[in-house]
Design a protein around this ligand. Structure first.
Ligand code: ATP
Ligand code: PAF
Ligand code: BAL
Length: 298
């Protein structure tokens, strides 16, 4: 018996510039966009696969956006694995990979990546100032500016974002609403490793010991979710009992925030709140900053 021949995979076409992207625009059919920073993993795969279900053609953008990184963050070090990313896109059936350079996306930034003083940007509003926005000043301004540019270049009908970056998802939805963008935003559930750790490109920074310590994040969130019947205080207490908090956090884990917030506004919820909420956490594990969350209904 002969070995079955592997099905031919469609290799996506790579566009490096807006002009190349425009030339690839299909004449008809729905377009879905999956924005990423590359270093693609199973979480991204699930988003590309969801995108395929909602559109005739799928564009994956791969761009490490300098505008959303703070001066002391990991822009330079961020994993860049373009050839492997192309393979993932081929396996998941993406049609186009848009992978511009920083110069292409920000031609007027004085030194290409660092001076954005002259660039017109998108203001994320109050939701962009709290939690991730507080710990990463300018982060959501950078994200929304880039996402808005991608929306204008790709002109998708649908854009797919991960629930793992819950505040980013909420801020993007708010931009779409407030700026009247004709785009449907879809969310893909958080993909986790078997032990519960949310898959993330930054997990490659973790040593084996740190990876074990990082499980405190998802375990704390699951403990909080299991206490949903006991209201906001009970949920937070259950999560804190696993994760610790402030000076009680267990090294090498150091917590930036643990909060229960309204899914749509990201305002902290208090006693008596009913509706959709999300328990969010951001913590350092050694030198690596991770975020995670679990949605719940109170
Ligand atoms: N585990 C996951 N499950 C589902 N979606 C995910 C997951 N991780 C990331 N995503 C989504 O993939 C999209 C691109 O994210 P990004 O490329 O920054 O990956 P990341 O793994 O979150 O990277 P980082 O480690 O930098 O946070 C975002 O919409 C993000 O929410
Ligand atoms: C949405 C995004 C691609 C914008 O750079 C990025 O923040 C990400 O990968 O989540
Ligand atoms: N996953 C969100 C992109 C960032 O952390 O910069």
């Amino acid at each position: 018996m002969t070995e079955p021949t592997a099905l031919p995979r469609r290799t996506p076409v790579v566009a490096r510039t807006p002009e190349e992207l425009a030339a690839l625009r299909p004449g008809s059919g729905r377009i879905a966009l999956v924005p990423t920073m590359g270093a693609l993993h199973s979480g991204h795969r699930s988003l590309i696969s969801a995108a395929r279900e909602h559109a005739d053609s799928v564009v994956v953008s791969v761009f490490v956006n300098p505008l959303q990184f703070g001066p002391n963050e990991d822009y330079e070090r961020y994993p860049r694995t373009f050839e492997a990313d192309l393979e993932v896109c081929a396996q998941e059936g993406a049609d186009v990979v848009f992978a511009p350079s920083a110069d292409v996306m920000y031609p007027d930034a004085a030194d290409g990546v660092k001076d954005f003083g002259q660039v017109v940007t998108v203001n994320p509003g109050a939701m962009g100032e709290v939690l991730e926005g507080e710990f990463r000043p300018g982060f959501f301004q950078g994200v929304l500016t880039l996402v808005n540019k991608l929306f204008n270049l790709v002109r998708p009908d649908v854009a797919v974002f991960g629930q793992k970056d819950a505040q980013q998802l909420a801020v993007v939805r708010r931009m779409v609403r407030d700026l009247c963008l004709p785009i449907t935003v879809l969310a893909g559930p958080t993909v986790r490793d078997e032990d519960g750790l949310a898959v993330s490109s930054r997990n490659v920074y973790l040593s084996a010991q740190e990876r074990r310590s990082a499980l405190a994040l998802s375990r704390a969130l699951f403990a909080g979710a299991a206490a949903v019947g006991s209201g906001p205080d009970g949920i937070l207490a259950a999560a804190r009992s696993v994760l610790g908090d402030g000076s009680r956090a267990r090294p090498p884990v150091s917590v930036d925030y643990l909060a229960l917030v309204d899914t749509r506004t990201f305002a902290e919820v208090g006693d008596g709140f009913t509706g959709d909420a999300v328990l969010v956490v951001a913590a350092w594990v050694g030198e690596t900053r991770l975020i995670d969350n679990v949605p719940m209904t109170l």
